[in-house]
Write a protein of this length. Structure first.
Length: 547
């Protein structure tokens, strides 16, 4: 903020500049001014120099703000950065205030000099000169008022900024206190009993301490682990337990664990977590080739290419009377449309594959149900799969309010562009889609069938502790309202209110976490329980399984 910001403009120059001598000019006595010489006193030149100096000073703006830390090292580093920032910004603020004070002093001198000029005006002074002296006196007074006000604003601004930085430092201090208390609590037996994870010596003989807090830790595995931690931490009885480096493999990949290799209530590293965020056997859902093996009746006819060779049944040749439809070639273990390629005839499919790659090949469904202006669309259907701690019971919930993914261009069976054929981005909520009431039960039925078969055939495996996963299913609908399952995404897009205030998934996430870990102020939001089934009992060897 420079002094010029507070000065009234005057025909191409600020009021302050009108009090300054011309470039290269020098100060003169009041008699020189009264004699018509356009030379200003030294105080005015000093004001200009103050103004230039203020423009060169760095702003009092700190870029480091408190963020939740997940390790002792992160907390200490953040605290050090906040303290250093406070020191630097306080110094910058002090310099701003000093220049403002000097500016006020010079403005006072300029006003005093202008006042002297006014007093020296006599009846013999030429009218034009007297008028100029009076104008300069008024502008000197205005400059002084603005300088005083600018000094007050600078002081208020510096104090407010210092207070904000002190608040950020206090947050950091409180976090380190809480981390220390969490470490002490778990060391004293206040943590969860995690199956298969040994505690400190003698702990098994002691009764578990009555618990005041539950703990989560971010072990940087990825996925939605940190997101789920942040939602659990909104509950008053949940706290962060710090993580640390666990080991580093030969490729330099670092794994982390809760400090001291202690078990916590929730972390993205399954070994140390009472609640596991990944379903054992999830590969049977996320791999399109494996999925088709046990639910071929729910999906479009699917063919497989491995290492540029057809595996199993090949697609039949298309006769000249068959309506042309796009063919899709997809890598079996990649989702979100990132690996989808299109071609017009099935003979071109092989050319879209790479050596040693595994692909599924599907022909476009006939007569798709299109959106309002003829665009292709598919349904992003969210599901919550929960395996209970008995290792046998499975529950499936479906979410009533999904999304439609709509292509940007109107659909054509001969346009192979991705803008026409591939729908990836969640475009709009599905509840106002007029067909959703009719289609929702069919999507539910499809997911129910998939999970029932996966459990019956032992593809989904139980654990001796609770496990869960939010999974999205992609469905496409025909104009006759037949529903086809395309794929599952075990790491679906989820958005938080902080990043997407208008369209987010906070209700879905908090509802799912309440189902998995209930608390007295929670609710299940729009989740429907659609299936509970039993799998095979855990084998003795599985009772000690960590993953």
């Amino acid at each position: 903020m420079s002094a010029a910001a507070f000065l009234p403009p005057r025909r191409g120059a600020s009021a302050e500049s009108s009090l300054l001598p011309p470039e290269g000019g020098t100060a003169s006595s009041s008699s020189a001014v009264l004699n018509g010489t356009d030379v200003l006193p030294p105080a005015q030149e000093a004001l200009q120099r103050c103004r230039a100096l203020l423009g060169q000073l760095p702003p009092m703006e700190g870029s480091v703000k408190y963020q939740r830390a997940w390790s002792i090292e992160d907390a200490l580093e953040q605290h050090k950065s906040l303290m250093r920032q406070h020191e630097l910004q306080s110094s910058i603020g002090h310099n701003h205030l000093q220049v403002r004070k000097v500016q006020v002093d010079f403005a006072r001198h300029a006003a005093a000099e202008a006042s002297t000029l006014v007093q020296d005006v006599t009846t013999s002074t030429p009218p034009a000169t007297a008028k100029a002296v009076a104008e300069r006196a008024r502008e000197a007074a205005r400059t002084l008022r603005h300088a005083l006000r600018a000094g007050e604003v600078e002081e208020i601004k510096a104090a407010a900024k210092a207070k904000l930085m002190e608040q950020e430092i206090e947050k950091s201090n409180q976090e380190m206190i809480i981390l220390r208390e969490a470490i002490d609590d778990l060391s004293a037996g206040g943590g969860p009993q995690v199956v298969g994870l040994p505690g400190p010596e003698g702990e098994k003989e002691k009764p578990q301490k009555e618990r005041s807090f539950f703990y989560c830790s971010d072990c940087k595995v990825g996925g939605h682990g940190q997101r789920f931690c942040n939602y659990l931490l909104k509950r008053p009885d949940w706290r962060v337990y710090p993580s640390e480096k666990w080991f580093e493999d030969s490729q330099g990949q670092v794994s982390h664990c809760p400090l001291g290799r202690r078990g916590v209530d929730f972390t993205d590293e399954s070994y140390f977590s009472r609640i596991v965020m990944h379903i054992k056997g999830r590969i049977w859902l996320e791999d399109k080739r494996k999925l088709y093996e046990f639910v071929p009746d729910l999906m479009p006819p699917t063919y497989v290419i491995v290492d540029q060779q057809w595996v199993g049944e090949q697609p039949p040749p298309e006769g000249p009377d068959v309506e042309p439809m796009p063919w899709f070639v997809k890598e079996t273990d990649r989702n979100w449309g990132t690996s989808v390629q299109c071609c017009q005839v099935q003979e071109e499919c092989m050319g879209l594959t790479k050596p040693q790659g595994a692909y599924v090949v599907q022909r476009h469904i006939p007569n798709p149900l299109l959106y309002d202006n003829g665009e292709k669309c598919h349904i992003k259907f969210y599901n919550l799969l929960v395996g209970l701690e008995d290792g046998v019971t499975w529950r499936v919930y479906t979410y009533k309010d999904g999304y439609l993914s709509i292509s940007p261009k109107a659909w054509s069976n001969t346009d192979m562009s991705k803008e026409t054929q591939v729908t990836i981005i969640r475009t709009k909520r599905i509840n106002d889609w007029p067909h959703w009431g009719r289609v929702y039960p069919k999507c539910q039925s499809g997911v129910r069938t998939v999970i029932e078969r996966a459990v019956e055939q032992g593809k989904l495996e139980g654990r001796p502790k609770i496990q869960f996963e939010i999974i999205s299913a992609d469905f496409i609908v025909t104009a006759d309202f037949d529903v086809y399952l395309l794929e599952f995404n075990t790491g679906p897009v989820l958005k938080d209110p902080e990043d997407s205030p208008d369209v987010h998934d906070a209700g879905m996430i908090t509802g799912a976490l309440h189902i998995v870990e209930p608390w007295d102020k929670g609710d299940i939001d729009n989740w429907d329980l659609v299936l509970e089934c039993k799998g095979e009992p855990l084998k003795p060897s599985q009772l000690d399984a960590m993953y």
